[in-house]
Design a protein around this ligand. Sequence first.
Ligand SMILES: Cc1ncc(C[n+]2csc(CCOP(=O)(O)OP(=O)(O)O)c2C)c(N)n1
Length: 463
Amino acid sequence: MCFSCCKNYRNMADAIRFLSADAIEKSKSGHPGMPLGMADVAAVLFSRFIKLNPEDAGWFNRDRFVLSAGHGSMLLYSVLYLLGYPDISVDDIKNFRQLGAKTAGHPEYGHLAGIDMTTGPLGQGISSAVGMALAERALNARFGNELCNHYTYVICGDGCLMEGISEEAASLAGHLRLNKLIVFWDNNDITIDGHVSAANSTDQLARFKACGWNTLSIDGHNHRQIEKAIKKAQKSKKPTLIACKTIIGFGAPTKSGTSKVHGAPLGAEEVAAMRQNLHWTAAPFEVPADILSKWRQSPQRVKPEYEAWKKAARTAGKEFNDILNGKLPKNWDKELNKLKNKAIAEQTKVATRKASEMCLEQIVPHIPQIIGGSADLAASNLTFVKGMKTITKDDYNGNNMMYGIREHAMAAVMNGMALHGGVIPYGGTFFVFFRLYAPGHASGCADETAGNLCPDPRFDRRR
Ligand SMILES: Cc1ncc(C[n+]2csc(CCOP(=O)(O)OP(=O)(O)O)c2C)c(N)n1
């Protein structure tokens, strides 16, 4: 890689930095530390590697991106604007954190095209991303590389890794060898209350390694190292954690490297000093034309793959196209309705978990999108119905998930699968073992005692 590439990356990263700092300054609210610190990683990832098409934000075979550290939302809003997503304008950037704004302050799924998941509750993003990566592998096994073959990228912070749910999800991802999952850890040693070491001394790389991950460690401001790490991760047979050593609030002369930049505007004086420090002469919300053009041109590299996928999807069979369009097979509920009518006529009295099983028996064989499962209670919650095939690291072409005793990850993974699309997840456990928490999608429906869950809104009785 040449010096000019690095210079381009640096300029592109600085565009993220100043859009973020200026928007947060204008709204007098927000979290500048993370966008400033991870801007270099984002510039390399989004301009050179990520597969997306701003003109077709929901493209099924796009790479998924989860900003698990959702408080750093200005990083994602800046990137979407710079890439030229039609759904976001510079006025939306200026409107950051105002009532009704698309740039709400944490990424919100369905609110702004290009956002793959609502995030904010730390740990949920990285854990749901495991579900996205699992859905991708399951659909890949069913439909092949031409139709479903993409990465799931995550940016997470120290907070996401401290949350317990990340442990369950990481160990499941490692166990299933979800090698198309690539996580960038913003390893900046800082959280809200100060230095990470005040509350945590886990060796995260050793921990992820123990869970069966590929682990890499880089300088998160070195573009060459970022590129190399992504290339390595893409070739790995395991999920990858890239520890990116960064300086929180990079560029802010007196506040960078401290918790002061985590969640408060930098202040006019500091932003002005940052302009001097980084030699950025453009006015607030202006991106120099040559830098904006580099950003806007970058998605062009994906065009041939996008066109090839469109062609493949057109000629793919009905099953794939139904899945693509979220259509259930005709008469999927015929047997279920018979069962319901019989139960009404006979006033059938069975335990709710048994009733759940009786319904699943009439639903699962008729809906190929379904992936069901349990957290080591299939025999008790009756989630496994005859004919189901268990997903394993050697064969993803199944419809039963053995989540292990990981109820929290199960909920997040189901959330990720539903968000990915093409998959309709359900899961079962007992309520007392479980804290229903599925941000970013449906709130789920639950059987009163068995706690059988389905985060797909089409099955939510309360809607
Ligand atoms: C589950 C959950 N608990 C607490 C918070 C509040 N919170 C937001 S950011 C943050 C600190 C995160 O630190 P880190 O991930 O290192 O982010 P950085 O300081 O690098 O931006 C906390 C505690 C939250 N968003 N979610």
